[in-house]
Design a protein around this ligand. Structure first.
Ligand SMILES: CC(C)(COP(=O)(O)OP(=O)(O)OC[C@H]1O[C@@H](n2cnc3c(N)ncnc32)[C@H](O)[C@@H]1OP(=O)(O)O)[C@@H](O)C(=O)NCCC(=O)NCCS
Length: 150
């Protein structure tokens, strides 16, 4: 693996991001119901999104919402989406993306980062636990709310 970097979403990276592949069975975990509902009220100005590149190659995408005024606490500082291209999974790209997201949250003086995910076979639960998230609750749709305290 070369040196991983974060770059902004741009005309040249957006196509590669949209073409990233998933492993079979992962599609269902990409967007928990709670995110779909919250997305209709999220202010685009509070969204942070970055592309992970390895040399010239797009290998991942990570986005978050940082909004201290958001009424639902677990959406104030929240990992919104993370995905790593199927061929590049399992070699530290996701861990790198989360570390960068935590740095961004610290820069914005957030005290924690939450994530909401669906537990289940083939899902991201073990990944989120390995990179430091601890389950702290459940949404009304039965998804896990987890957090990292900063
Ligand atoms: C979840 C995802 C982002 C993980 O990215 P990744 O680059 O493969 O993860 P990493 O290689 O950085 O792994 C970090 C740690 O998590 C562990 N891990 C990752 N996926 C795992 C899995 N499916 N089961 C068990 N452990 C896992 C790794 O072993 C590693 O542990 P270690 O560093 O302590 O040895 C990636 O699998 C993915 O894109 N999944 C599909 C999309 C998705 O579900 N996104 C989450 C909801 S938005």
């Amino acid at each position: 693996m070369g040196e991983l970097r974060l770059v902004e979403l741009s005309a040249s990276t957006i196509v590669a991001v949209n073409n990233m592949s998933l492993k079979p069975g992962q599609e269902q975990y990409l967007a928990p119901v709670s995110y779909g509902i919250a997305a209709t009220v999220v202010n685009p100005q509070t969204t942070w999104q970055r592309v992970v590149v390895d040399g010239d190659e797009v290998v991942g995408f990570v986005s978050a919402n940082f909004d201290p005024d958001e009424p639902q606490e677990h959406f104030q500082s929240v990992l919104w989406r993370i995905n790593v291209d199927a061929d590049d999974q399992g070699r530290g790209v996701g861990r790198f993306a989360v570390a960068q997201l935590l740095e961004e949250a610290r820069r914005r003086e957030m005290h924690r980062v939450n994530v909401i995910y669906e537990a289940g076979e083939g899902g991201p639960e073990l990944f989120f636990e390995r990179v430091g998230f601890t389950p702290v609750g459940e949404t009304e749709y039965g998804e896990v709310i987890a957090e990292i305290r900063l």
